[in-house]
Design a protein around this ligand. Structure first.
Ligand code: ARG
Length: 496
């Protein structure tokens, strides 16, 4: 019979027992549950609610139970850490530990649950657990950010096409691209820290929903457990799950960042792009096609994002329409936060390693720079600086682009007739860029135009000139890297 069975005549239906039990998944809270009980009974003794001997007996029993559980844990085939000590007869981790304590030390064990309810207990355990997980996730993100900074520096001078609408847009550096992701994961870290601080209030002693008649000291237990203080309102603190939803939201946003990067790497690894080489150790083969090297880790990361979105939507939906205070629906919260936390931390670790061991192919990137008139905006900006209003400059460059496209096409036609090129000394299949237009070509578009007026419009010169704050010029990216490094050092120091 359960610890609460006093008013019942019948035992629970077997199917109900299984359906009701959270022990299969909440057993991972055993450490937090025991920490909470120790703080609670210490406070009860300080307040004269239990004796010092009773306190010592209870703490000794709890520590023995902790050890017993720790030793029994093994890793199941799905990676879950489980203990064969528990069965659904235990209902949940709170009852499992309390009934073991009573079994072990007898009558004194029955005093532990004074001025406490499972409603505040479960909230305490989940907050402590999430805070621990947040520490682990933050550590993984910090490590990843360091890798990104190193990569950004390695590739600070390497040019590549930047895209909008999956079309060549403007030239950038690979280092600049890396620093874009640095910023996203920086915000993810800040979101984590932010949600940590909001959940940093102890629910312990809120009891079922309305506090207690015992002279407890909630400030003391909050301090013992490392919280900023006790949660202000008992009813809120047993009902609220928004700290979990904030965590899931932070997880979902970060997984979206991970998924976007994974998406790019999946494409860039394809032969049509070949921008990057993903290390063999992050790819898998095909059971039928011997030549295949598939970017499965990148694809899986993209897939895991859907799973974490699901966790967020599930809990939002569970909470919607639940009246105050506790409802059993809330039991559905734990698997969602566990799943999201596990998925998030592993995804960061995998992506970080994959990025660390991937290489950008400079030769391929360079060959791509001739396509798509990457310097068109730069030429228009330059003409505007020379006094031609930007809108007009935009129009002129548009016409220059059109002329280049005609020349490229003509070149192709002549080649198909067996000629060696357009007669301008260009090799067969040559793709014309703005820098190939002669003074005559330019004058034909507008008499004000000349090669001299355009100046150096090589891709390298264009990138070097994009020095505006936040721009792609290597000098500016170096500044971003330095600022990023000192932000990360400071953040890391504050975390420790
Ligand atoms: N197993 C429950 C949960 O996971 C613990 C709280 C139960 N409280 C209650 N009044 N039934 O949320």
């Amino acid at each position: 019979m359960a610890l609460w069975s006093g008013r019942f005549e019948k035992d629970m239906d077997e199917l109900v027992k299984k359906f009701n039990a959270s022990i299969p998944f909440d057993q991972r809270l055993y450490n937090e549950d025991i920490d909470g009980s120790i703080a609670h009974v210490t406070m009860l003794a300080n307040q004269g609610i239990v004796t010092e001997d009773e306190r010592d007996e209870i703490i000794k029993g709890l520590e023995e139970i902790r050890e017993e559980i720790r030793e029994s844990i093994y890793e199941a085939s799905d990676g879950a850490m489980i203990s064969p000590l528990f069965s659904y007869e235990d209902e949940d981790i709170h009852m499992a530990i309390e009934s073991r304590l009573i079994g072990r030390i007898g009558e004194t064990g029955k005093k532990l649950h004074t001025a406490r309810s499972r409603n505040d207990q479960v909230q305490l355990d989940c907050r402590l657990y999430l805070q621990k997980k947040i520490g682990m996730i933050a550590a993984a993100l910090i490590k990843f950010e360091n890798i990104i900074l190193d990569k950004a520096r390695d590739y600070v001078d390497v040019l590549m096409p930047g895209f909008t609408h999956i079309q060549h847009a403007q030239p950038i550096t690979v280092g600049f691209y890396f620093m874009a992701y640095f910023q996203m994961f920086k915000r993810d870290l800040e979101r984590l820290k932010d949600c940590y601080s909001r959940m940093d209030y102890s629910p312990l002693g809120s009891c079922a929903l309305a506090g207690t008649t015992f002279p407890i000291d909630r400030h003391e237990t909050a301090a013992m457990l490392g919280f900023s203080g006790p949660a202000e309102n008992a009813m809120d603190s047993v009902s609220d799950r928004d700290y979990m939803i904030e965590f899931l939201n932070a997880a979902a946003i970060s997984m979206m960042h991970i998924s976007r990067w994974a998406e790019e790497f999946t494409w860039w690894n394809a032969s049509e792009f070949s921008f990057i080489d993903i290390d063999d150790s992050f790819c898998t083969g095909s059971s039928i096609m011997p030549q295949k090297k598939n970017p499965d880790m990148a694809e899986l990361l993209r897939g895991k994002c859907g799973r974490v979105y699901g966790d967020l939507m599930a809990l939002l939906t569970v909470m919607k329409g639940t009246p105050l205070a506790f409802n059993k629906d809330f039991q559905e919260d734990k698997e969602r936060i566990f799943d999201a936390a596990d998925t998030w931390v592993t995804s960061i670790e995998i992506l970080a390693k994959m990025i660390e061991h991937s290489h950008f192919r400079q030769d391929v990137l360079e060959a791509q720079l001739v396509h798509g008139f990457l310097n068109a905006t730069d030429v228009a900006e330059h003409l505007a600086q020379e006094g031609i209003p930007f809108r007009e400059a935009h129009e002129l460059v548009g016409r220059m682009v059109r002329l280049c496209e005609e020349k490229t096409l003509e070149n192709k036609e002549i080649v198909s007739e067996g000629d060696a090129g357009s007669g301008e000394g260009k090799p067969a299949g040559y793709v014309y860029g703005l820098e190939d237009l002669s003074d005559e070509d330019l004058a034909q578009i507008d008499e004000r135009l000349s090669k001299k007026l355009l100046g150096d419009i090589s891709i390298r010169a264009c990138v070097d000139a994009r020095k505006s704050f936040g721009g792609t010029a290597p000098s500016e990216v170096m500044r971003q890297i330095e600022v990023g490094r000192s932000w990360l050092a400071e953040f890391t120091e504050n975390e420790e």
